[in-house]
Write a new protein. Structure first.
Length: 152
């Protein structure tokens, strides 16, 4: 392995209706077509849930600074299944919807240009530019904690 391979990370660029998210590939369990998903809403928590491989997962259609909002479905929509990192005993997986197929990228530190944004949403770790594309690196803990509070 050369030095460049060691200092790069496998990432996925996820496109929502509003923005791009850049996430480490290793937090994603699977990406499936939205047409394969049947979501139902839980009245008590206010969350939507999907069935995936015999598990009932919290499903967020789209995160936005104002909170969770619904989004229209199309043939290109996908569902990203994410490993729960904060408390996998209670939240082993959760999911959210993206508007297009994700793009797999090998990203090194030199590929990232941080965009200084004074008012980041608590769910945003930072805003960056990769190959001329603006993206958000999400604060995964924020979203997981939001889900955990609602399902407990």
């Amino acid at each position: 392995m050369n030095k460049q391979e060691i200092q790069s990370a496998s990432c996925m660029m996820l496109k929502t209706n509003e923005q791009q998210w850049l996430v480490p590939r290793n937090i994603i369990a699977e990406v499936i077509k939205y047409s394969f998903v049947d979501a139902s809403r839980d009245k008590d928590s206010g969350l939507s849930f999907i069935e995936w491989r015999g598990c009932r997962l919290p499903h967020i259609t789209l995160f936005k600074s104002e909170g969770v909002i619904e989004t229209e479905s199309s043939g290109e929509n996908r569902v990203v299944i994410v490993y729960g990192l904060q408390n996998p005993g209670i939240l082993p997986y959760y999911s959210f919807q993206i508007s297009k197929s994700p793009q797999l990228l090998q990203v090194s530190e030199s590929d990232l240009k941080q965009i200084h944004t004074p008012n980041l949403h608590p769910g945003e770790l930072m805003q960056v530019e990769v190959d001329g594309i603006k993206a958000i690196i999400p604060q995964v803990d924020y979203f997981e904690n939001s889900i955990l509070k609602r399902i407990h």
